[in-house]
Design a protein around this ligand. Structure first.
Ligand SMILES: [Zn+2]
Ligand SMILES: [Zn+2]
Length: 196
């Protein structure tokens, strides 16, 4: 794998700015990959790796940048829990580690780089050098992944019997004998004003 500095430069370029989230995300991803035995996430190991992120914040871009996993490749899944955590799965042997950013790291960061006055700048620099155990909690976990969630061609495409949209990857719902898309089961996030 590339060095921390190289990976941080790359993620900062993709994300658009350097921030504490980039530092956290790069270190989280590097530590997660190391713990599941993935050395070359964008090369030889790219088909062995699956990542679930629990938040859509700055660090998520860094995790994507370091791992090479993405929504489009279906190797990255966003689980909308709002927790600064990600789980790295080795699909080859099932090894998985969930890495959570520790809340205490914010306060602990004050012991590092005390010469930096600005709190956010200090956190950013401190997160670069703090020991992993102060930054993160590591949990060995077992992740159940459905075939419908894996990379590769869609296993199923069905048409919603109400609106006609086509639903892939087993995301349809059965309701009173009808096959429906999630929007038609009440999860619609938009209101159609006009079709054109
Ligand atoms: Zn950011
Ligand atoms: Zn529908």
């Amino acid at each position: 794998m590339e060095s921390f500095e190289q990976l941080l430069t790359e993620s900062t370029r993709i994300h658009g700015h350097l921030c504490a989230g980039q530092v956290i995300g790069v270190r989280m991803a590097m530590a997660g990959l190391q713990r599941i035995g993935i050395d070359d996430p964008k090369g030889a190991d790219r088909k062995k790796l699956y990542v679930l992120v629990e938040i859509d914040r700055c660090a998520t871009d860094a995790i994507q940048s370091v791992t090479g996993c993405s929504l489009g490749k279906r190797s990255l899944r966003w689980v909308d829990f709002g927790v600064m955590a990600a789980t790295f799965v080795n699909l080859k042997n099932g090894d998985a580690v969930r890495v959570t950013a520790r809340e205490e790291a914010r306060a602990l960061s004050e012991a590092y780089c005390p010469e930096i006055v600005d709190k956010y700048q200090r956190q950013l620099e401190a997160y670069k050098v703090m020991p992993l155990t102060e930054l993160f909690l590591f949990q060995d976990v077992k992740v159940s992944l459905r075939d419908c969630d894996m990379p590769g061609r869609p296993l199923r495409r069905v048409q919603c019997q109400q609106c006609g949209d086509w639903v892939q990857d087993c995301r349809e719902k059965e309701q009173e004998g009808h096959t429906l898309c999630r929007a038609c089961t009440g999860e619609r996030y938009y209101e159609v004003l006009q079709a054109r």
